[in-house]
Write a protein that binds this ligand. Sequence first.
Ligand SMILES: Cc1ncc(COP(=O)(O)O)c(C=O)c1O
Length: 441
Amino acid sequence: MPNTQNPRSRPKQGKGSASGLLARRRQTLGVHSPLFYDEPIALVSGEGVWVTDVDGRTYLDAYNNVPHVGHCNPVVVEAICAQASQLNIHTRYLNSQVIDYAEELVATFGAGLDKVSFTNSGSEANDLAFRIANQRTGNTGIIVSDFSYHGNTSLLADVTTALPTRNGLSDNVRAIRIPDLDAAGNDLSSALLFEKGIRELDAAIESLNNEGFGVSAFLFDPLFSTEGLCRLPDGYLQALQQRIHAAGGLVISDEVQSGFGRTGEAMWGHELSGLTPDIVTMGKPMGNGHPIGGVVTRAELLDEFGAANLYFNTFAGNPVSAAAGRAVLQVMNDEDLMANAQSTGSGLKDGLEQLAARFDFVSAVKGRGLFFGIELLSDPKTGLSAPAVTKKLVENMKSNNILISKVGRHETVLKMRPPLVFNKSHAELLLEGLEASLNNI
Ligand SMILES: Cc1ncc(COP(=O)(O)O)c(C=O)c1O
């Protein structure tokens, strides 16, 4: 374990210091470019599950899923460098690296999901998925969860419910509440919550039909991570899929958060609920930080879209991106990282549950694999509201050299989602840090 103490007696000063970089960032990127923490961290290097800042202080990274197989993983770095020094070119030429990756990636899917179109990001992937759905169905109506984020294109800004956007939802969009058995204040049984959720879905479908939009797609994150890691009533997603299909729409599983073995139990999040989506989108961990995303779907859907639309994307699926993607799959396989997510994750979840039982302002431990949430309540002893408790804990963990974050409708869920190389000793450090921070509250 690296030394997490700051070896310097005084923090760095000047334009390369954290405060200097913050001022310069605001000057050039503007004041609204988002950052984490009251005092943002200026990072300079990373290795495995560790990142180090400009002052030489090292943090345990229990938050970042993009460096999926570890920060600066040497296999990925080597693959990127080797391909970059051989050839990088746009996507209208044949190249074996790209085809090898496409074959390896689609081989991780079942049920006819055997075609891929590469993109540069998760947003582009979801945008393309909407276009494919619109091409197939002829409909424009979209259903999403009422607290979700799927990307930053103009089409996706129209369906964003978890972040502020200027126009709010478009007329052709309906947002439904995803039932969560753990939601604060929920006193309904699984069966009643299921019925309530399906009634709301039926109303959304009916209203899209009545207003002439029809149903084009339901877009969802199988972990419902932005929503705060909902615990669904049994059978909810299958019933939802049946209804979307019956209404003529397609189901798009956004695996930007839940894919690539994050849950430990399956390569793709949708597999856990036993449904087969029509389209799967992906991004973030796909290139370990190198920008690449993708859409995986059935042949007839991609063919129908491609015949009517020439989809060309200069950088998407270039040889260097493909090399990065292949290296991620290789490391996952060589180091059996899905199994690690499952074993480290289940030990960590036990530890979190034991810890949670000792603090009356912790209401639930959520998540699976290496994706956790801890739902917090207000603290009667200190009078702090639940969002204030959550924020304080995140800041306090940073003081203890551990990076985590918060999520959920009211930002009352601590979010932990480390690189997949997070092992049992890292899990112990995380639990020790959390215990200290919870005591500190
Ligand atoms: C579930 C989900 N989908 C899509 C996106 C958008 O991905 P990107 O930022 O790569 O465009 C995000 C980003 O946070 C996400 O969490």
